[in-house]
Write a protein that binds this ligand. Structure first.
Ligand code: DC
Length: 235
């Protein structure tokens, strides 16, 4: 049986979980440690919301137009001097999609079935044949149901809100913990109760609760699971 670097197969790794569980940082670091590509699917929903906002389209009124918009959009993740950015039809939209306004709108936008249909297809295309860490809400359940490693990364509500507050502060935005908790609850409830692809762990996902764990510990745990699966896939 061959072992070692040469014989390792590149796998698909799905990392799902609610907002503020630290998914993005963890997924990015896991991908870097493995030498895999990293795909942030939330960024794609945010990009649709950003474009809808810019064109004055409203969820509930202009759903067809938003779906058409999503269908025409071309997504590309490119390395820049400041890390990986999402380019939309050639435009770097990384900063524009990270505002709280776009974040809030991305939740109702992501509940539109036609938008999901289009983005799931684009995500499967981006995933290619493996060697990818894909992060989102429905990766293990819908987008890549055959992913060899599935992680559902979560944390307590308070822990998630505190992390979110820190992230926003880094962007120069001050928000009270109460306000963040209220927005987070609303988003969680909408993401978990929507008819299409609700947020839930896949049956074969490993549920990882990150309260009290250092980021490095979470990354190491996931990398170890992928390494074990890589070895297993070669046997
Ligand atoms: O992870 P995020 O905050 O960037 O995601 C933005 C929104 O998109 C959030 O409301 C959840 C939604 N989303 C989704 O429905 N499915 C995904 N695979 C990724 C994100």
């Amino acid at each position: 049986m061959p072992t070692g670097e040469q014989s390792r197969r590149s796998l698909a790794v799905a990392i799902d979980g609610p907002a503020g569980a630290g998914k993005s940082t963890v997924a990015r670091e896991v991908a870097a440690a493995l030498g895999y590509a990293y795909i942030d699917t939330g960024a794609m929903y945010r990009a649709v919301a950003y474009r809808a906002l810019r064109e004055g389209l409203q969820v509930g009124q202009d759903d067809q137009a938003i779906a058409d918009l999503a269908r025409r959009m071309r997504f590309e993740f490119r390395q820049t001097g400041e890390g990986q950015h999402l380019f939309l039809d050639g435009e770097d939209v990384e900063a524009a999609i990270r505002t709280p306004e776009v974040g809030n709108l991305s939740s109702p936008v992501s509940a539109l079935p036609q938008v999901r249909e289009r983005l799931v297809a684009a995500q499967r295309e981006l995933a290619g044949s493996g060697g990818v860490v894909m992060e989102g809400r429905d990766i293990g359940t819908v987008v890549l149901p055959h992913a060899e490693v599935k992680i559902f990364l979560t944390a307590s509500e308070e822990e998630r809100a505190r992390r979110r507050q820190g992230q926003l502060r880094d962007q120069g935005l001050e928000r009270s913990l109460e306000q963040i908790l209220a927005e987070q609850r609303e988003r969680d409830a909408r993401d978990s109760s929507r008819a299409v692809a609700p947020l839930r762990p896949a049956q074969d996902a490993f549920v990882l609760v990150s309260d009290g764990l250092l980021r490095e510990q979470v990354v190491a745990e996931i990398v170890a699971r992928v390494r074990a699966a890589e070895e297993g896939a070669c046997q």
